[in-house]
Design a protein around this ligand. Sequence first.
Ligand code: COA
Length: 150
Amino acid sequence: MNIRNLKSSEEYPLDLLLLADPSEEIVKEYIKRGECFIAEENNFVVGVYVLLPTRPETVELVNIAVNEEFQNKGIGRQLVKDAIKQAHSKGYKTIEVGTGNSSIGQLALYQKCGFRIVGIDKDFFIRHYSEPIFENNIQCQDMIRLSQDL
Ligand code: COA
């Protein structure tokens, strides 16, 4: 598997990006402001993530997603590790990530990759999404904020 920066002439893998965030509007905004990376296997895009500069020296990992047929094979972990490496090599001092209170697997993945929980943005998903979101039979209401020093 090869992970690389998406060229400006290339099309964004929108279907994959929408796996991580159901709002096309929010995804398009992230893409405009951030840098998109893709993971390829035999020229087929199996994963994606976006690095979004937020504050001086801080970047946020957003829209990480792996094609459903390729999940649970370690690609997500490789993408998170690559994002950390990219952020470090670009000189950022902190990498952040946010996920839903109901995203149990994602919370496990980020903590396995060195992120620590630093806060909760209460009712984030109620405020920003028109439809209720459920995962693991839990309503997704709050955003759990995680961070890692680089
Ligand atoms: N409890 C404990 N650990 C769990 C878990 C759970 N419920 N669910 C997943 N994990 C662990 C796995 O065991 C694995 O750990 P390991 O490397 O020690 O074995 C790790 O999390 C990640 O597994 P991996 O195979 O690398 O992940 P993946 O390729 O399936 O990708 C996502 C993970 C989240 C990117 C993928 O599921 C996805 O695209 N989901 C939809 C989009 C999404 O939710 N994006 C994130 C938005 S915040």
